[in-house]
Every structure is written in C-alpha cells, then in structure tokens.
Design a protein around this ligand. Structure first.
Ligand code: WTA
Length: 651
C-alpha cells in the first residue's frame, strides 16, 4: 500500500453543514440501537405507514435449534402504499422516476400520481389473470418503467415477485421459474441495451418449452420495441391491451409485516442458486432508513443508482428505499459505455444528479478509458458518490473521487448482500471520515464481528471471517422452499452467528476492510456466481469429463473466471472446442458466466479422498505458483507441475 492510499478524507465542510447525522449523533444512535434495539427500531419503524400498528418489535434468536427472525410481527402494512399512496397528498405531482433510455435522446419523468395509477391498473390486471396473494410472479424484464410498475403491482396485491436478471439464459430462467413454482411471467418483447436488442420473449418461450417448466399459465408481454415475437394466443397477453380497460382503483392488500414481499435468486458456494426470501415490514423499514441515512437523502435530491432490477441493489436502492422516502430515483435502461464512455457524465449533467451509486467494475472500465471520458461533462450537481458490489481498490476509489466527483464528493463504500436486504457497513457521509478501500463502520443495529476459522471472536486490529452477531430488520427470512438449507448455509459454520461468506480486516480505528469471499463464490464485475454452477454447466457438455472453476484477479472485472477442463478420453483439445465451451456456458447460464480462460488439464490436484484442492488451482490461475503451500496431501503431486507448465495466459 502506498502513502497515498493510507490517506484519510475527513468529513467535508459542506456535509458537516447539511448532513442528517454528525459523528456525535452517529455514536449516540449506534449505541442506542445496540443497547435498546426494541426502543430504537420501535421508533424508526414508524417512518412507514402501518394499516395496523405493531406492538411487538424484535423477536429474533440465532440459537441454531430455535432460529427465529421476526420483526414488527403483529403489524400490517403494504409496500406499494408506502412507496406510492402515502406520497400523493404532499408530492403527487413530483417526479418519482426519471427514465433515461438506452437512446440518449429518450427520457421522461413519471410522477408519483402517474406511477400510482399505473400500478393500481396493473394490480387489477394481475388479479383478472388469476394472480392472488402468495402467488409467485416471475419478472424477466429490461430496465424500463413497467418493471417498477410490475414489482409494485405484485406488492399491492400480496403476490411475491421473483425478478430474474434479463441477462440470464432461457435455461437459467426456466430453473428459477420452476424452483419458485411460478405460474405467471411478466416480460417484454425485447430489451434494448447498448444499442442491441435482447430477445426476452423468445427466451421466455424457450424456457417454457422445457418439460421441466410445466406450470406457467399466463405470460404478460410489455411492448418495448414492437419487434416480431412468437405468440401463443392461449397463454400470452399484451400489457397494453390488458391495461386499456383496467381500473385505476385498486385497494391494497393489508400484509402482515412477516408476509413475503419478494424472492430473489442468488448464488452460493454449493448447489443451484437459492431463492432469498424477504418479508414486508422489516425489509422496507431497513431499505428506506439506510437509503436516507447512507445517501444523506434530502427532499428534492436527484438520486441515481446504476444497478439492474435483476439484483438486490436494484430492489432496495432503485425502487423500494427511494420510493418509500418519496425520492426522485433515476432509472437507466442502458450501459455506461453507450453511445460512448462519456455517458455517465452526460446523464449526470442532463438530470442534475446529486447522488451517483455505482459499482467498482464500472469505475475501473472508465478509468481504463482515461480521464477524457469525463471531459465533456461538468458533473457539478454531484454531492455524493457511492460504491457497491465488490471491494473497491484504492486506485479506483481515488479516480472516482477525483475525476468523476471533482474532488469534492464523499464516497460511501457500502458493504452488504442479497441476504442482508440493505446496507450493513458503510460510512455516513456527515459522520465518518473516509479511508479509500474501507467500508468503514456498521449501520445502526448492525453488530459485525471477526472470527477465526474455529469461530473464536477476535478483538481489536485483526483479520478473519466476517460474521454478524444479531439480527437487523432487513435480514432474509429463509430460502424459498428450503428452510433447512437456510440454516445450514448461514448459521451452521459459526453456531449462533450469521456467517457472511466474506473475509475482513479490522484496523486500529475499528474500520472494516472487506477482503472478498472466503467461500467458493465468485464476484465477477460485481455479479455473484457460484463456482459449482459454472462447473455443473461445463460437465453437462458431452465432451467434458471434469471441470474446476476458480476466480483470478482481473483488472476490470475484479475477478475473472478461470476454468480447468479435463476432456472425455479421445477428445482433442482444440481452439474450436474452447470457443464451443464458452458458448455453451453462455447458453446454460448467461453471458455473465463466460469463462475468461480455459486451461486443458490432463488431471486435477486432488486429495487422497478425491476432493479438488481449489486453493492450489487459485494460485496457479493467479500466477502465484511460488506460493502453493503444502501439497503433500495430494494424491498425485505431479499434476501440479504439469498444470503450471501448461498455464494459460490471457491474451
Ligand atoms: C461483495 C450486492 C466489498 C461481498 C449488494 C458480498 C462487497 C457480495 C461490497 C454480495 C463492498 C458487496 N465491498 N465487497 N462494498 N458490496 N460486496 O449478494 O463479497 O450480489 O458478500 O449483493 O458482494 O453480493 P450480492
């Protein structure tokens, strides 16, 4: 680490003046949130409108055999009411969503009143189609306003939305539809990103052709491009046709705080992706409160989170958090590199964006372009920057700060997960001095701890595994349909504690530095992928006998995907086959899982009991084979030398 990177960025003067919380207030609120969680959350839960107020606040235990996570359990509310109806009186004609199209000449403002009317109409449409409370509705959509409408309409009638990222393949989509036993799919004819179309409806059709996905009854198709798409009269319906006759009057379903709001699939270290289930009350309180405090949101601010609705960041910080706070949230259909890399700066200037929340991978990609990509924008409107999804390296932090933020905007480096529902560790910009690369300190009510591999809690300056000691309202409640797996995955490694899967360092000031996953989960351009998922896609190919997948350091993506493949006896390792396997993985999972490097391996390093030693494969992939460590437990140590000799260099 160079001198520069140890630099501390104190809270700026302008934030000292405007911020909701200064250091003294942070300390006071944090202490109360830990000592008196009942009182603290009982008070802050009131930021929402409850149709039936709660009398109980926290009922949680991490005790393995009695595991229970309930917040505000006797209260009733509706998320769409909190995001829409509640604002009509005061800010009905204020912008809720600023839509910025993929095409830079297209943008529009949608007011709270308009969004409310659309949502109510679509909620009625869903009811007419037969959707009722508790049904799972799959949403496979581009980044357009109708996606927000679809999510909020589900929430209004108590249906559980399951958004599947539009970049996933028909196979991956089908598996998620089936796992959720979803009978309804909402999609668009085609998506548009970076000037290219994405065949969403065709992908849905392909997913539903499979015998493994037999239950879907209705597919609603939003017209985005008007392109030609296959049609099944008995199953498919046009959004626009259905909306024509729908009433804009739709009373909201009162939901218990612990009724499900949505599920969202994410990757773990083993097995198929799991449906992370979030409930209504605690999730919404936590998403709204973190959005307000972490982004120091003030009425009228224009806030832009560049995530996709297909990920948790899109759920909590494009939709639910901001709208629950009556914010102006920018919804971007495109990508930062289209029509060219000046786009982010252009959009900021066009809509006078005050807060920009994006991922390190996007920053590194712009950084590689050079500062000229920001030359034709001023970005004067920016007050605050945010980072999420992966560790941000200090070089990227400094570049983000200096070039995008004109050296005047604090950066909130927010650490959290699909499972946590909202931000758990992050600076509050008016309270916490910044250190580039550190997510700094916990949010209210969050108790991080560092443990060694045996689960001993380590004190002071240290390094180890990140666990959380007690529940917070936004925590996931279960894995859809598999509560046992939920317990196993998160609470069995360190009994009585929530295990995050991340490694962490804590410095002398108590600041947390996330070092990345310590399990077999990859983080590629901020997207989570299980090595097991990519491996099972590969071995499904007829020419592949065995595959092992590891991450390696990648300049732009953070981690790249390095694959070791052993072919079926008699198969030739050719460049064509290499390309075929890349295509195969894209087909099975989606482009985000494309292997960056494929190395042919005649054998893989295994223990005598047959377990692949990934630690060794990771070192070879990272070109650190001088640090292999102990290889004496290998069944055949010779394999390692062979792999090193044949190592593939990324061209
Ligand atoms: C990583 C995204 C370092 C981490 C919200 C975590 C981060 C995983 C940060 C969750 C950060 C997320 N610094 N690492 N600020 N934010 N991560 O579920 O490894 O898509 O466990 O949620 O991303 O990814 P997920």
């Amino acid at each position: 680490m160079t001198e520069q990177h140890q630099q501390v960025y104190p809270v700026t003067e302008s934030f000292k003046k405007q911020a909701l919380v200064d250091r003294a207030k942070y300390d006071e609120m944090y202490e109360r949130s830990i000592k008196d969680p009942e009182g603290f959350w009982g008070e802050h839960g009131k930021r929402l409108e409850w149709s039936k107020p709660y009398t109980k606040v926290k009922n949680t235990t991490y005790d393995y055999d009695n595991l229970s996570i309930k917040w505000f359990e006797d209260g009733e509310l509706n998320a769409s009411v909190n995001c829409l109806d509640r604002h009509l009186e005061k800010r009905g004609d204020q912008t809720a969503i600023i839509f910025e199209g993929d095409d830079p000449s297209v943008s529009r403002h949608i007011t709270y009143r308009e969004l409310h009317a659309e949502t109510c109409k679509f909620a009625n449409v869903l009811k007419t189609l037969g959707v009722s409370k508790g049904d799972v509705v799959t949403i496979y959509m581009p980044m357009i306003v109708e996606t927000a409408v679809a999510m909020l309409a589900c929430a209004r009638i108590g249906a559980i939305h399951s958004v599947v990222f539009g970049g996933f393949s028909p196979e991956a989509l089908g598996a998620r539809i089936q796992n959720g036993k979803s009978r309804f799919v909402i999609t668009a004819d085609e998506g548009v990103r970076g000037g290219r179309t994405i065949p969403l409806k065709k992908n849905v059709d392909k997913a539903l052709e499979s015998d493994k996905v037999p239950d879907v009854e209705r597919v609603v198709v939003v017209t985005r491009t008007g392109g030609d798409v296959p049609w099944d009269e008995s199953r498919d319906a046009r959004y626009e046709d259905l909306m024509k006759s729908a009433s804009a009057d739709c009373p909201a379903e009162p939901m218990n705080a612990e009724d499900p709001l949505f599920m969202l699939y994410t990757s773990g270290s083993t097995g198929a992706p799991k449906g992370v289930l979030h409930t209504t009350g605690g999730y919404l309180v936590f998403a709204a409160m973190t959005h307000e405090y972490v982004f120091d949101y003030h009425d009228g601010d224009v806030y832009w989170c560049t995530a996709d609705f297909g990920w948790i960041t899109g759920h909590s910080y494009i939709l639910y958090g901001p709208l629950a706070n009556g914010a102006k949230t920018l919804l971007f259909e495109g990508v930062p590199s289209y029509p060219d890399t000046s786009r982010i700066g252009q959009v900021v200037d066009k809509h006078k964006v005050n807060t920009l929340y994006t991922a390190p991978t996007a920053i590194r990609a712009l950084m590689a372009e050079g500062e000229s990509c920001m030359a034709n924008s001023s970005r004067d409107s920016l007050k605050l920057l945010g980072s999420v999804g992966e560790p941000i390296n200090p070089e990227a932090w400094e570049w983000y700060y200096r070039v995008i933020g004109n050296a005047k905007c604090p950066i909130v480096d927010t650490w959290w997960q699909t499972e946590t529902g909202g931000i758990l560790i992050s600076p509050l910009p008016g309270a916490i001095d910044l250190k580039p690369g550190s997510a700094t300190l916990p949010f209210f009510g969050v108790q991080p701890a560092v443990v060694d591999n045996d689960g001993n809690v380590l004190e002071g300056k240290t390094e180890g595994n990140l666990v959380i000691l007690d529940s917070w309202p936004g925590q996931m409640r279960t894995i859809y349909g598999d509560h046992e797996r939920f317990k196993q995955t998160y609470f069995s490694t360190y009994k009585g504690r929530y295990f995050t899967g991340d490694g962490v360092r804590r410095d002398e000031d108590g600041y947390y530095w996330i070092t990345g996953r310590v399990d077999d989960v990859l983080n590629v351009s901020g997207h989570r992928l299980g090595t097991a998922e990519v491996e099972s896609a590969l071995v499904a190919h007829e020419k592949v006998a065995e595959a092992a997948v590891v991450g390696y350091p990648h300049e732009i993506k953070g981690q790249g995907i390095y694959v070791y493949v052993t072919l079926v006896h008699g198969q030739e390792p050719t460049d064509e086959l290499r390309k075929e396997l890349v295509q195969w993985v894209r087909k099975e999972i989606g482009p985000i899982a494309s292997p960056d490097v494929i190395q042919w391996a005649t054998g893989l390093p295994k223990t005598r009991s047959g377990k692949i030693m990934r630690r060794i494969l990771r070192k070879i992939a990272a070109n650190e084979h001088d640090q292999l460590g102990d290889t004496s437990t290998l069944a055949d140590p010779g394999v390692v030398d062979e792999l090193i000799a044949q190592r593939e260099f990324k061209k």
